[in-house]
Design a protein around this ligand. Structure first.
Ligand SMILES: [Ca+2]
Ligand SMILES: [Ca+2]
Length: 451
């Protein structure tokens, strides 16, 4: 019944005609026409014409397969999680109405052979998790679909991958795109999109795209390899790239390769306005490290302040600062984090009995002094005080602790909860109560501000 929605459309018919005319479809004898489903159908060791499957290692060896599938949305090859494809000889997988390879989880392609995947409306490769290319020569031709969709990372370490998807996006990942080696050639409508990071540490990447070359919702970091992008209607980078520490880089940029000029000061270059960019980072002696500084305001000189810089959820830098001595008033103290490598960070400032202060989207590609920010709220990071129970907000629960007879009007050393001494003068009394109930603090929680 669903078959009726799967009639080949005119574009597909044209595609087939063109392939026929230009002889792009090799005239192989007896193609295999049933899809290979290693999840539900083929559940034991098996082999066929040009392929073999080892169930225990979830390894599919392709050695001369010529697979042509037309089963209304079914993938030509369906793999379970943690599978491996080893390429040997020349292989061809064509799906007239479905993705070429679908994987329920991560899978790796390796070997010394070749694989051409042809699809029409669907992605050449679709994975519910990571896709890793570690060898082989892979070509994906998708007439109207995307090249690779990875609901995880896409990683290229070795091998060569060519994606031709003139009406789709070459590679979409819901986490990272990472290149450590190998070659990637893209001819597509849109290039590479990563929900998290694009990280290029090696490899040769050549992108020819109609729209945008590469974009990441988090960041693009270039620490190696060669990145060569030509965008025709949009720009090479949808997101400005950062350069790894200990690297300088050779950059050519312009409308196209012929018009490109060497950029002598790439730090000043607005990469998101170049259609053509050629970048080769290389290691130098320069340290490429920056200092992030600011001022924190808080109460209680007995307790330290902690300042952390996070990339994503990972803590990359952390300092703990003791307070300068003397006094029970609100006070300020400067902080400085040195040796910070380029990137986008979230700063989180915390202190006992205070709620946190978070600054998001700090783009460190030079020294950052929050005191020089044009917004006052960032010039001094004022922590709110009174979160005695550490719940993340200052409210009636904290008030109940402070006013409890086991704490209130006692010395901090005699109190059941010494944290109720908010100003750190050694006693829990009206001064602490005034801090907690001050409208600046009471019924407030952590502060988050974009840089
Ligand atoms: Ca609280
Ligand atoms: Ca006190």
């Amino acid at each position: 019944m669903r078959k009726s929605i799967c009639k080949p459309n005119k574009i597909f018919a044209l595609f087939l005609a063109l392939l026929f005319i230009f002889g792009a479809l090799p005239a192989r004898a007896e193609p295999t026409v049933n899809s290979l489903d290693f999840v539900e159908t083929i559940t034991a060791d098996a082999a066929g014409n040009g392929w073999s499957w080892a169930k225990s290692t979830k390894t599919l060896v392709l050695e001369g397969i010529n697979l042509v599938v037309d089963e209304c949305g079914a993938p030509a090859i369906k793999l379970p999680d943690s599978s491996k494809i080893i390429l040997s000889g020349n292989n061809s997988v064509e799906n007239l109405d479905g993705p070429g390879i679908y994987s329920e989880g991560s899978f790796t392609i390796e070997g010394a052979g070749e694989l051409t995947i042809a699809t029409v409306e669907w992605a050449g490769v679709y994975s519910e998790n990571d896709v890793i290319l570690d060898g082989g020569t892979v070509t994906i031709n998708s007439v109207n679909g995307c090249g690779i969709i990875a609901d995880g990372d896409f990683v290229i370490e070795d091998g060569a991958l060519t994606i031709n998807s003139m009406n789709g996006i070459a590679i979409i990942t819901s986490e990272d795109f990472r290149a450590g080696g190998g070659m990637l050639n893209v001819n597509s409508d849109e290039g590479i999109f990563a929900v998290n990071d694009i990280i290029i540490n090696g490899g040769i990447l050549t992108l020819n795209v109609l729209g945008t070359g590469m974009a990441a919702i988090n960041e693009i970091i270039l620490s190696g390899g060669i990145t060569d992008i030509q965008a025709y209607t949009n720009y090479a980078f949808g997101t400005a790239p950062y350069f790894g520490p200990e690297f300088t880089y050779t950059v050519f940029a312009g409308e196209n390769e012929d018009a490109a000029v060497k950029i002598n000061d790439p730090a000043d270059e607005i990469f998101t306005e170049n259609k053509y960019v050629y970048i080769v980072p290389f290691k130098t002696e320069g340290d490429g490290k920056f200092t992030v500084s600011g001022i924190v305001q808080s109460y209680n000189r007995n307790n330290p302040v902690k300042v952390r810089l996070l990339r994503g959820t990972a803590v990359k830098y952390e300092i703990t600062m003791e307070a300068p001595p003397d006094g029970s008033e609100r006070f300020t103290q400067p902080f400085e984090i040195t040796g910070v490598t380029a990137g986008i960070y979230t700063m989180v400032v915390t202190k006992t009995s205070h709620t946190s202060f978070t600054v998001t989207n700090i783009q460190a590609n030079g020294d950052i002094a929050l005191t020089e920010h044009n917004r006052e709220e960032l010039q001094t990071l004022a922590l709110l005080c009174g979160d005695i129970d550490g719940s993340g907000s200052i409210n009636a629960s904290d008030l109940a602790v402070l006013t409890n007879s086991q704490n209130y009007m006692k010395s901090a050393s005699d109190a059941a909860n010494p944290l109720a001494d908010l100003n750190g003068d050694g006693n829990i009394n009206a001064s602490d109560l005034a801090i907690l109930t001050n409208s600046l603090n009471y019924m407030k929680g952590g502060i988050t501000i974009e840089f």
